[in-house]
Design a protein around this ligand. Structure first.
Ligand SMILES: [Zn+2]
Length: 108
């Protein structure tokens, strides 16, 4: 108690940033390794990513998740996944749109 939300968020940012630094120190090669984040759907660097149960989250989403947990916004990862559903769909739509644009480009 006694901590403001801003302080909690700041603390989480430091913790989550540190995860990237630690991961890269442990294995510098993962700076070149990417995966599709189960939460935001973006293709993200493995450094600083975390597995929560069946999901692997990128560092940005880890920050969202951990901040959400710390602030009591979510109690489990599934709640976050549900909350992210919409923006994940948006990502997917953008990806498909980009693919279509590229195809059109090739045809012309
Ligand atoms: Zn993500």
């Amino acid at each position: 108690m006694g901590k403001t939300n801003e302080e909690i968020i700041e603390e989480m940012q430091q913790v989550v940033n540190q995860m990237v630094i630690d991961d890269l120190e442990e294995n510098p090669d993962i700076a070149e390794e990417f995966f599709d984040c189960d939460c935001c759907g973006k293709n993200k660097c493995l450094a600083g990513s975390i597995r929560y149960g069946d999901y692997r989250l990128c560092n940005d989403c880890v920050l969202l998740a951990e901040t959400g947990f710390a602030l009591g916004k979510f109690t489990d990862i599934q709640s976050l996944m549900d909350a992210m559903e919409d923006s994940r769909l948006e990502q997917l739509c953008n990806f498909i749109k980009n693919e279509e644009t590229r195809k059109k480009h090739l045809e012309n």
